[in-house]
Ligand binder design. Structure first.
Ligand SMILES: [Zn+2]
Length: 219
């Protein structure tokens, strides 16, 4: 083989090695956005200690709307009522004025939980929550029954539950992208939209998407 032929072969081979790595880590992206929003501080008490993403129940999909960035102390106390130290939550005096609805929801709930201390009740009286935010804050307590009335069913009428795996029964274009979720794709660990019985959410190719229940089959 002549030199020119060899050179041609090498360049041909290299140009055909096109490696496209599509790495989509939704979780990290949300944490980064929340870090930006909060200036890298706990959105409840401003601590910078061990920050993590906390998604405000009963919502269960991480997003800028549903989630807040909180420190280890707040996280521990939010997850275990027996560890709550009322004085720690005096920080809500400031954070209850946050522009972030999810922060207000957590503040409102914690202040209600601590109502008996006296000062939290005064703060609640000063708080202002939009109707929608207040409804979210109350969700998971009094409105739990209402939530249960929303039942998600797949294309065959089989009841879907959070955490189920479903299979797409047709190709679905993904809104806002050029992606098409292919028929037959399994979507694992779905979450349910508690306000809309026709909507479920799940990850396809690492992207969190909303899927209509009529296009899925429980597997
Ligand atoms: Zn904190």
């Amino acid at each position: 083989m002549g030199n020119s032929a060899r050179r041609f072969l090498i360049s041909f081979t290299l140009s055909n090695i096109t490696l496209t790595l599509h790495f989509f880590n939704t979780k990290t992206m949300i944490q980064e956005k929340l870090q930006e929003r909060s200036n890298n501080q706990c959105e409840l008490c401003s601590s910078t200690n061990n920050l993590s993403v906390y998604t405000v129940p009963p919502r269960d999909s991480e997003s800028e709307e549903n989630s807040i960035l909180i420190c280890e102390t707040c996280n521990t106390q939010l997850n275990d009522e027996s560890k709550v130290e009322p004085n720690h939550w005096r920080c809500l005096n400031d954070s209850m004025w946050s522009e972030v609805a999810a922060v207000k929801v957590v503040a409102w709930r914690m202040l209600n939980q601590l109502r008996g201390e006296g000062w939290p009740a005064d703060l609640i009286d000063m708080m202002y929550l939009e109707d929608e935010t207040l409804a979210w804050a109350k969700e998971g307590s009094a409105t739990e029954d209402e939530e249960e009335k929303i039942i998600h069913k797949d294309s065959n009428g089989v009841v879907l539950e959070s955490g189920d795996t479903v299979v797409l029964i047709k190709d679905l274009p993904v809104k806002g992208s050029s992606m098409v979720a292919k028929r037959g794709t399994a979507v694992r660990r779905i979450s349910l939209d508690h306000e809309n019985a026709n909507h479920i959410e799940g990850k396809v190719d690492g992207q969190q998407i909303v899927i209509l229940t009529q296009f899925v089959k429980k597997s």
